[in-house]
Structure formats: C-alpha cells, structure tokens
Design a binder for this molecule. Structure first.
Ligand SMILES: [Zn+2]
Length: 422
C-alpha cells in the first residue's frame, strides 16, 4: 500500500515535470563542424534520459554475461558439496551397519567430492579398518596427523593401531605425541595406563591408576623397578599404607626400616601387618634375628597376642614351641586348630611331627602319626600365591602372572577345593 502510494506520487511528480518542461520551451543546439542539430529542449531531455537508460541496460547485460562462468562454477561446487554430504551420510550409515565395502566406496566418493577434510579422512580410515585394510587406514590416519586441526584424531587412530598390533614402543611414542597435542584427555589417560601395564612400567601405571586399582601391588612393583633407594623406600611405604595386610609390602617396608637402623619401627610394621592379615613370611621375619628356641616362643607370643586364635598364629606358635621342645604348648595350639574348620594340611603334618617327637618310634607313636598323615592327605592344601585370574601358583608374590599376564591378580589364597576332613 505504501509502495503504491509512493509510485503514484513519483508518477505525479514526473508528469508535472514533463508539463513544466513542455511549457518552458527553448532549444538545444549541437554544432559539430558543418553539422548542426537543433532539438527542442523537452525532446532533448527525454532523449538524454532514454540514452542513459539504454546505456545502463547494456552495461548490466554485459556484467551478467561475464558472470556466467563463475555462476556455473558456484552451482557445480554447491552440487558437489551436496553430493559429498550425502556420501558422508551414506558412509556413516554403512560404518554403523558394518558393511565395509559400501563404507569404503562412499568414503572414497565423499573424499573425491569434498577433498581431504578431517571428516572425509576419518571416514576413509574407519572404513579401511572395518574392511581389515590396516595399511589403508594408516595412510588416512597419517594424513590426519599431518593436519594441525586434526592432529589428535590422526595420532589417536595410529595409537589404536599400534596397540592392536602390540607394537608397544610405537604406541608409547604416539601416546606422548598425542599427550603433547591434547594434554589430559581422559581417553588418552586410559590408553596410557593400559600401555604402561602392558610394558610393565609400574611407576607410570601407578601414576595413572584409577581409584579402584590395586595400589599396594602397583606401588611395590614400582619400588622394585626404582633405582633410587629413597624413592623405592617411599613407594614401599605407600604400598604398606595402601594395604597393611599385603605381606610383601610390609616385609619390604620393614626390611628397609631395619636397614636404616629403625629396628623398633620395623617391628611395629610387622606387628601391624600380622594383625591385619597374618602371613607365614611375616612370622619368619619376626623371629629371624632370634636364635634361642625359648626366646623365639616369647617373641611369637609378643607377635600374636592380639590375634592368638588365628590359624597362622596357632601354626607359628606350634612350630616354635615344637622346636623349643614345648610339646604340650604345641599340642594345645594344633588340636584347637585341627578341631576348627580352618585347619589345612600344615596343621596335620605338624601333629604327625609332634607324635614322633613325643612318642618316638613306638607302635603308639606310629599309629598316631599315620592317623595325622591320613588327615593331612585329605585336608585342603596350604595357602599359596595364586593368580586370581588363571589359578596358576607362584613361589613368591609378583606384580604380574607369568602364566596369563594378568596384573595385580596374584593373591595369597587357599586352594578353591572344599577340604575333606579327618
Ligand atoms: Zn594368571
């Protein structure tokens, strides 16, 4: 409505101007050499306006003609982009559906249409991987890694490939490069942790360990790899603090304290560990420096006074009592143990030994001995260091299982079989 009113006003103004010019009159004369042109003033004004309009139209037409190639190029590019986007979508669908041939085809098409962008390179790499063509994937990941805007993506792909083919040295190098590009990425942290475990780099594994990791085992393992004595001592202490019931850590920590002249603190560590989880090695360390058999009995009394009924406490006391000739004391401990469900083969073997010490080579002694030996044969075996993952037995604690490679799974445990009792 406003436009119509404006147009009407403009027309009225032009008409008024035309009437005004027509009524003004006058001549425009142009003389070039011998040629003379004379025009009335209104005709000259109208001619000039028409000439201007014609020139304007001609220039516009020329510009339109000159723009044809550029417009064609833009249209073609838009079409390629649209087709490329569709190829990207189809490649994603093929990847999700797990159809490698069409994923590769569409990824190649997308790359041809859109060029090497981070998206098309990543699609190409994933499609190659899906098709089992690791070399093709490698090339695409390397191309990605060379782009500053997608370096992390490329390194991530190459790292995954290196870990898959168990090339740990290359994986570590790639992880370091990726860490430099994107420090603290959660995914990378997990990969580095797995890598550290695979490379048996316990210090790194400990540094990257999640909260639920076996920290005592990792700390002790790291201490074993540490060349600096002070740092090793600190790691052993950390292992003991993380799990006072983890005998190897307590033993290592106590040994280090004793070597440093803190015998009293070393004994406190052994005592605390015995209270947390009695282990034969702790008992042996406790009496190691005591030569006199009766003094050993006294020393063991000191060690076990807070958990005297524990099977390991009874076994240790029976052993030192028997060595000191205190057969009555030994029998009290062993019969109490044999009467409980917790007795294992060691208790019955000690009882057989006790009968021999008490009765010597007599018919009564032999009969009693035979009875305990039969019970020992039927009892469950002694606890050992066992891999909780594969069940393999180990003579001593180790950070990883040589049989199955599991890390932090070797634990002190009784055989799983239900014992048959005498
Ligand atoms: Zn194992």
């Amino acid at each position: 409505m406003r436009h119509a009113l404006l147009l009407l006003a403009a027309l009225a103004a032009v008409t008024a101007l035309a009437f005004r010019l027509a009524s003004t009159g006058g001549m425009v004369e142009i003389e070039v050499g011998e040629t003379w042109v004379g025009l009335s003033f209104p005709v000259a004004v109208v001619g000039l306006a028409l000439g201007f309009l014609a020139l304007h139209a001609a220039l516009n037409g020329l510009a339109w003609l000159a723009g044809i190639p550029a417009r064609r190029r833009a249209a073609r590019a838009a079409r390629r982009r649209a087709e490329g986007d569709m190829a990207v979508t189809r490649a994603l669908v093929a990847l999700a559906a797990g159809t490698p041939d069409s994923a590769r085809l569409e990824a190649r098409r997308a790359r041809a249409l859109l060029g090497d962008t981070p998206q098309t390179l990543l699609l190409a790499a994933e499609a190659e991987r899906l098709a089992g063509r690791e070399e093709g994937a490698s090339l695409a990941f390397k191309a990605l890694a060379e782009r500053p805007d997608a370096r992390f993506l490329g390194l991530r792909g190459l790292l995954r490939q290196a870990m898959q083919r168990e090339d740990w040295a290359a994986a570590r190098r790639l992880a370091e490069e990726a860490e430099a590009v994107q420090p603290g990425a959660a995914w990378l942290r997990e990969e580095r942790r797995v890598l550290a475990l695979r490379m048996r780099d316990w210090r790194e594994a400990l540094a990257l360990a999640p909260v639920d990791a076996p920290r005592a085992a990792l700390s002790l393992a790291a201490a074993g790899q540490e060349t600096d004595a002070a740092r090793a001592a600190e790691l052993e202490k950390q292992a003991f603090i993380a799990d006072p019931g983890f005998a190897p850590a307590a033993l290592a920590h106590a040994r280090r304290l004793a070597e440093g002249g803190s015998a009293r603190r070393a004994r406190a560590v052994l005592e605390q560990a015995w209270l947390a989880a009695p282990h034969p090695d702790l008992g042996q360390a406790w009496i190691a420096g005591v030569a006199d058999p009766l003094a050993r009995v006294k020393a063991v009394e000191d060690l076990i006074h807070r958990n005297p009924d524990h099977p390991e406490s009874r076994l240790l006391m029976a052993r030192v009592a028997l060595d000191a000739g205190l057969t009555g004391r030994a029998r009290t401990e062993l019969e109490a143990l044999a009467g409980s469900a917790a007795a294992d083969r060691r208790a019955f073997l000690l009882l057989a030994e006790l009968e021999e010490v008490e009765h010597g080579d007599t018919a009564e002694g032999r009969a009693a001995q035979a009875r305990w030996l039969r019970a020992a044969a039927n009892a469950q075996g002694a606890p050992r260091w066992r891999c909780a993952a594969c069940g393999a037995e180990h003579a001593a604690w180790k950070p990883d299982c040589a049989a199955c490679g599991a890390v932090g799974r070797i634990i002190w445990s009784a055989p799983g079989a239900v014992p048959a009792r005498a």
